[in-house]
Ligand binder design. Sequence first.
Ligand SMILES: Cc1ncc(COP(=O)(O)O)c(C=O)c1O
Length: 369
Amino acid sequence: MMTNLTTPYYLIDENKLRKNLEIIQYVREASGAKSVLALKCFSTWCVFDLMRQYLDGTTSSSLFEARLGYEKFGNEVHAYSVGFSSTDIKAISKYADKVIFNSISQLMTYHADVSGMKLGLRVNPGISYSHFDLADPARKYSRLGVSEKDEIMKVASLLSGVMFHFNCENDNFESISTAIDYIGENYGPLLERMEWVSLGGGLYFTKEGYPVDRFCEKLIGFSEKFGVQVYLEPGEAAITNCAELVTTVLDVIHNEIDVAIVDASVEAHMLDHLIYRTTTKVSYPEPGRYRVMIAGRTCLAGDIFGEYKLRGKLRVGSEVRIADAAGYTMVKKNWFNGLPMPSIVVRRLNGTVDVVRKFRYKDFKRSLS
Ligand SMILES: Cc1ncc(COP(=O)(O)O)c(C=O)c1O
């Protein structure tokens, strides 16, 4: 299949993407909650024409992401940052319609400069769901959002909304349901004064078997109780399982087990797996009895995709596809070791395969000076 394409490349499949998007659309219609795509997770704008049909806009973590959301996605642009600079603030109103501050000090420093915009504040509810301390917004000494309720109430008149982001890959409805109740019980007087409340991202409601209707009922209950427009900020939930990193085996060495070295790298092309010490899944070849370690080709000793049992022996020239290569993947790719950057390829809804971007030596050279 597609043998004329040169590996490595990221392959985004719009039909798979649409399955996630249809669930998001369903939640929007059934619950009234709006969904804005979290660009920090996925900014590959060549599929935004499809995505914008199912989402209300984007949310960002920097001025550049906000600008990309404005230029390439359109509709609502939420601009959040852990720390805005005065330069960011001067530019932000060109691109965004909401600014969400991470702290009261940032709100007080900049609110007058963006007074024509809808202002929000990130609240840290002190509860969270995350399998990783690294990604836990409620970890000790967390700098993500304001924890002191009394302080938030003092600035409430400046705000039209608040954002709670406290989940990471939460696929457990009971847990989010309890958390939404907790927020309602603990922040009622604040919520009643707001027009909108974002419940953030990290909610895996596009997962097969997720009780989507119960989730919608929960969102409706919350929205009606406090008279607020609810927002969700899906990143992973929007793009999970819709892309692969397609690679070719360059060498197979034997050191107690077979180690197949492919023409890509975990460190350069799927960095999150190294950060979180997780193992990638292989979508091709299929599972079987051949035990092999698949490794990247940077100099890092631990540049290892994982150890697998596959059908058929891997040889030089074999194709290996690493699954789930969209979220927090393409946004983190880098030029370590000067490796060729995977091209970006899209299989469109009608089956056409578009090579939308190829990277060359000049891109590597220009990334530094
Ligand atoms: C504020 C905020 N919103 C949304 C998201 C998207 O989360 P996810 O990709 O897990 O859905 C994140 C991720 O860290 C975030 O920090």
